[in-house]
Ligand binder design. Sequence first.
Ligand code: PBG
Length: 338
Amino acid sequence: MTEPARPSSLDAAFPARRLRRLRRTPALRRLVAEAHLGVDDLVAPLFVREGVDSPVPIPSMPGEVQHTVDSLVAEAKRLVSLGVPGLIVFGVPAHKDAQGSGAWDPDGVVQLALRALRDAVGDELVLMADLCLDEYTEHGHCGILGPSGEVLNDPTLELYQRIALAQATAGADVVAPSGMMDGQVGAIRTALDGSGHHDVALLAYASKYASALYGPFRDAVDVTIAGGGDRRAYQQDPRNGREALAEIELDVAEGADMVMVKPAMTSLDVLAAARGRVDVPLAAYHVSGEYAMVKAAAAAGWLDGEAVALEQLTVLKRAGADFVLTYFAAEVAEALGG
Ligand code: PBG
């Protein structure tokens, strides 16, 4: 019997499967890449403000603006030309009240925007509407308040149903309830089906944490929560992961066509676990604070903002997202050559 060839000292020090073999050239790396970020994966969140003549920059979200209806339509056309398949619109009303009536007013700013968008882009873009009350209530909460300032669940659901009908009538392809009331998906599906809007799809903000990363967004929609309050009594506790999965499954059971996880980079565990549990399309929302952090560090010259954006959004695909809502949508579409 001859002895097997003795490994050289170098071979002995490394495992047999040399991982660097497949990292050697760009073509090899492309061939074995597990996750791909493409223009088709992007949804652009956009803000439209009532009563302004020209777009208003949002200081904490460099490059983002509160649009007029006209500038919103122009941006939507640009997204079409870049190949981005969808947008989600948020409204900033001129007047807020206790109930948030601007949210379901047929002539409310989002409804006007949806009609104008549909006229301008037809079916070339998926038009999503964020469905919530906080932008429209003077107290800044996502529902109406009871006598001791608590957010009332079921009375709020009735208002969400009205908003859904207003958005569907104005032409939304997708309504996206973000208020985190219990039973909101089922209530909205019932209202849509009961009024003949069977084709309007529901993207549930299913796992939405009470996060400090929404700070810049609140500047974007002029929301201050009354009395220095927060949303911890209805949004999820960042300490909980199993609860997030339970809420995702409940939303699917209530009729969600698609579910979303938010914020993105701090929910990768939830995203990956959700991918294994539900078969509906799964989205991640790379939120305002995540965008602002990258923009601020890039502006300071501390990192390459575009590279970080591409890396983060690609990792969301790797973790299991089918698509990503991101303020980087147009910028990344350009970088991807869309
Ligand atoms: C509620 C809503 C919020 C965001 C999306 N929908 C704010 C909140 O829950 O306080 C945050 C999005 C972002 O930070 O980019 N209408």
